[in-house]
Design a protein around this ligand. Structure first.
Ligand code: URA
Length: 488
């Protein structure tokens, strides 16, 4: 059995070296008892483990980073846990990405706890001035009680931030001392008596003023500023009072609020009302109303809005996502590459586009400029929602017997459901007005598929869907004809 004692400073590097040497000598986790200088002093003989010759061995970078953090954890088993995992990792490098591995999960949790502790240290260390204000380099000291041994790995942060002053941060285990631009580590000591900070009153006033009683969330606050740090934070003394008086202060704020809505709110209300109201007007005015639309910011960058086109007495309405680059310039739907592919497949499937009304869920082209190109961007739910009024108006006008939804955006705009399109394609759903909608993929999905075999398969499925749409239209037309005949 080898007893290896890892020092309290330079811990991560020392463990890394020792673990590497042990691994090279083929020492299994059961052959080693790991200890740390502070807790094991006197218990073990420190037996340095050395490699006979420098040996190269590689472990995943992600493990090195994990070990760098875990070494500063307070758990006495940390070195043994790391080595046991490293031992397994040498024969199974993919372990680092095995989310189900319990040892890895435990180490990840330790890493998280150490990083959180470092974060808290950066946020909650409070310096008091200990030197003479007139000295060329001012001098400060702070006392902090970290959960883990995080002073050493976090010291660099303070060096960078407070490079122009001398300071020391004392903790029960270790003290970091920065003097004349050089950092050194010294043993820890009990809490020192630090002088009052003359700027503390200012700091407390600031803390009180940023506290909003109307947005008090005690749980979120104590998770961000855990209670164990309060005793060393001057501002924490005010917290209990701020919480206790919050409800009364929030009520007072509400009572003192202006009773008339500010002008901006009124403007927003009017805009919202305009968007929510259904469009009503003469049939022939709908396309120009759509072209004049400013309901959402997409109108600012697009060339023009593209209203639907086709027969107003169509039995089939085809709904796409939004105009593409070419449609935006032409002012007509489905004239670019996706439209041309649709036309080719529709012809094979016996579906007559010229007999349909073709439109989009969103009427403006959404894109990001990339050099001279405009790259398509998928509209979000808000943009779909803003445009739904136009789609509804087109549907009221055309009153199709069947709607064909091409792609997820069209399906969401028509049915309100954003469920995955591949699971829905080829199925018929019912719209709020009782008419059927057949769901299919968008033709641009076929254009984007990189694998030729999958592209071929999806294209065949799309053709089947268009054939089904053509059959359904014929059937619905025949049924309507029969009903008309029966009623005359
Ligand atoms: N994609 C669409 O969804 N609609 C068009 O009009 C063009 C491309």
């Amino acid at each position: 059995m080898r007893h290896i004692v890892i020092p309290d400073t330079g811990t991560a590097a020392a463990w890394r070296e020792a673990a590497r040497a042990c691994l090279m000598q083929g020492l299994s986790p059961a052959d080693i008892a790991w200890g740390s200088e502070s807790s094991e002093r006197g218990l073990f003989e420190d037996q340095p483990v050395s490699c006979a010759a420098p040996v190269r061995m590689t472990v995943p970078r992600s493990f090195v980073e994990l070990a760098e953090a875990v070494c500063w954890h307070r758990d006495e088993d940390r070195f043994a846990r790391l080595y046991a995992f490293l031992w397994r990792l040498k024969d199974a490098p993919q372990l680092m990405s095995d989310r189900g591995d319990r040892d890895l999960a435990h180490l990840r949790a330790m890493e998280k706890s150490v990083r959180r502790c470092q974060h808290k240290m950066k946020a909650f260390v409070r310096f008091r001035e200990i030197g003479n204000r007139d000295d060329p380099r001012r001098s400060f000291a702070a006392w902090f009680e970290p959960t883990h041994h995080t002073l050493e790995p976090t010291a660099d942060f303070f060096v960078r931030r407070f490079a122009d002053m001398d300071w020391r941060i004392a903790t029960p285990d270790l003290t970091a001392i920065f003097e004349q631009g050089a950092l050194r580590l010294a043993p820890g000591h009990p809490k020192p008596a630090l002088p009052d900070d003359s700027s503390e009153a200012l700091w407390l006033t600031y803390f009180r003023s940023i506290f909003n009683p109307a947005r008090l969330k005690v749980q979120a606050m104590t998770s961000e500023m855990p209670k164990k740090y309060w005793k060393n934070l001057p501002e924490a003394a005010t917290i209990a009072d701020l919480i206790a008086t919050a409800p009364a202060r929030a009520r007072a704020m509400a009572e003192a609020a202006p009773t008339l809505p500010p002008m901006r709110a009124e403007k927003a209300r009017l805009q919202l009302a305009a968007h929510e109201s259904a469009w009503s007007g003469p049939t022939e005015a709908l396309p120009s109303a759509i072209r004049a639309c400013t309901r959402c910011p997409l109108h600012r960058t697009a060339t023009q809005a593209v209203p639907g086109a086709g027969r107003l007495d169509a039995d089939l309405m085809i709904v796409g996502e939004q105009p593409g680059d070419q449609e935006d310039l032409a002012g007509l739907p489905f004239v670019g590459p996706a439209g041309q592919l649709f036309d080719r497949i529709a012809q094979l499937a016996g579906l007559e586009r010229s007999e349909a009304f073709v439109t989009n869920a969103v009427k403006h082209f959404k894109f990001t400029p990339r050099g001279k190109r405009r790259l398509h961007q998928r509209p979000n739910s808000g943009e779909i929602e803003h445009c739904r009024g136009w789609l509804d108006a087109e549907r009221r006008l055309v009153q199709p017997k069947l709607t064909l939804a091409l792609g997820a955006t069209a399906a969401e705009a028509l049915t309100g459901s954003g469920a995955g399109i591949l699971a829905r394609r080829g199925t018929v759903e019912q719209l709020a007005d009782g008419t059927p909608v057949l769901v299919a993929v968008h033709p641009s999905y076929l254009l984007r598929l990189p694998d030729p075999v999958e592209r071929e398969r999806q294209t065949r499925l799309f053709e089947e869907d268009l054939r089904l749409a053509a059959d359904m239209v014929r059937r619905l037309r025949a049924e309507a004809g029969a009903i008309r005949a029966a009623s005359t």
